[in-house]
Ligand binder design. Structure first.
Ligand code: DGJ
Length: 347
């Protein structure tokens, strides 16, 4: 069965290549291949998993284990029970093809928050000491007034995560969360605190079940916080507070996670509204030839959240500058780290 599927897939890729070659011989440039085919990533286009279903990993996070990337995110499938909240998990070795692993969270309101309770922006960390996978997510009630994090655990990366508890990290209101794992393996939670108008960066405790201490507070009323360490600088990206609507996302840099953090600058021409997306995470791919950093944003569709799109695009980054190029089709070789723009692609 699996063999047939593999053969079928191989044939379809071959036929795509043959058709493209034949068309190019008679002077017709074919449209770019579909999302994932030939490893092409098409920012903002429908992105299907190995089952042919829309990937449900909104407001997501990525955990890399050896050569496999695991993408977790809000599962907003229309078929979901409206009283429950869901997180899906996918895996990939090339960042282009994603295999559905499991609906790793499918839980009913764990804290009696009411029918419109919220579970958003899940992020998973692996704790090597306890051998547990620890998920953090933004837990809230109607109107986003509760502002806590939920913690769930699993013994396996794609197992069913069990709800453990919720709390306010550092005693602060916490809405959008981000995750950051530094090159030395240290794990941090980034969270947006509305009353203090900024991002906290907090180191996780030894077992990752709590936050240990504040590492930084970046004063800027932003959400959708994402951090990456690139060359000798830390970069933070965030979005302004406009709900589901996109705005011009900004970034700052610092020589150390604790700062001092620079002033914020736009990541793209402000009139582009981050190409209709909102920051979610930054993926660093350190390959044999080079290191690339990918911006991952959500293009929300609040009325049809299940069809919200993903804007994945390699950043121009270095020497304190970060800029998000206009989305175009592209591909990455995760072994070398080299990214390339796919020519003749739709913008
Ligand atoms: C912006 C946040 O970044 C999203 O995750 C979501 O909470 C929306 N606000 C809801 O308006």
């Amino acid at each position: 069965m699996i063999r047939f599927r593999l053969i079928g897939r191989f044939h379809s890729i071959c036929w795509t290549a043959v058709a493209a070659f034949a068309l190019s011989m008679i002077g017709i440039t074919p449209l770019a291949p579909a999302q994932g085919v030939d490893n092409v990533i098409q920012p903002g286009e429908r992105w299907l998993d190995d089952r042919g279903q829309l990937i449900q990993a909104h407001g997501g996070g990525i955990l890399r284990l050896k050569d496999t990337y695991y993408w977790f995110g809000e599962d907003r499938s229309q078929t979901n029970d409206p009283d429950k909240r869901y997180v899906a998990c996918y895996s990939s070795r090339d960042l282009a093809h994603w295999k559905f692993r499991n609906q790793v969270v499918a839980i009913a309101d764990p804290e009696n928050l009411g029918p419109k309770w919220i579970l958003e922006r899940p992020k998973v960390f692996y704790n090597a000491k306890t051998r547990k996978f620890v998920m953090y997510a933004h837990l809230d009630g109607p109107g986003y007034k509760i502002a806590r994090v939920a913690v769930l655990t699993s013994d396996t990366v794609d197992g069913n995560y069990t709800y453990v508890k919720s709390f306010r990290p550092l005693g602060q209101e916490s809405r959008d969360i981000g995750q950051f794992i530094d090159d030395d393996g240290a794990a941090y939670l980034i969270f947006e605190s509305r009353p203090t108008k900024g991002f906290f960066i907090a180191r996780l405790s030894d077992d990752y079940m709590d936050v240990d201490k504040q590492v930084a507070f970046i004063e800027a009323p932003l959400e959708g916080g994402a951090v990456v360490h690139y060359e000798d600088l830390y970069y933070v990206v965030g979005s302004h507070l406009t709900g589901w609507r996109p705005n011009s996302n900004v970034y700052a840099t610092a020589p150390s996670l604790s700062g001092p953090w620079s002033a914020m600058k736009d990541i793209a021409p402000p009139e582009m509204n981050t190409y209709d997306s909102q920051s979610s995470m930054l993926i660093k791919v350190a390959g044999k030839k080079t290191t690339s950093v990918i911006y991952v944003g959500d293009r929300w569709k609040p009325q049809e959240l299940w069809d919200s799109r993903y804007v994945w695009m390699p950043l121009d980054i270095g020497a304190g500058n970060l800029s998000l190029p206009k989305p175009q089709n592209w591909r990455i070789n995760v072994r070398t780290g080299v990214v390339s723009i796919v020519p003749d692609s739709k913008p």
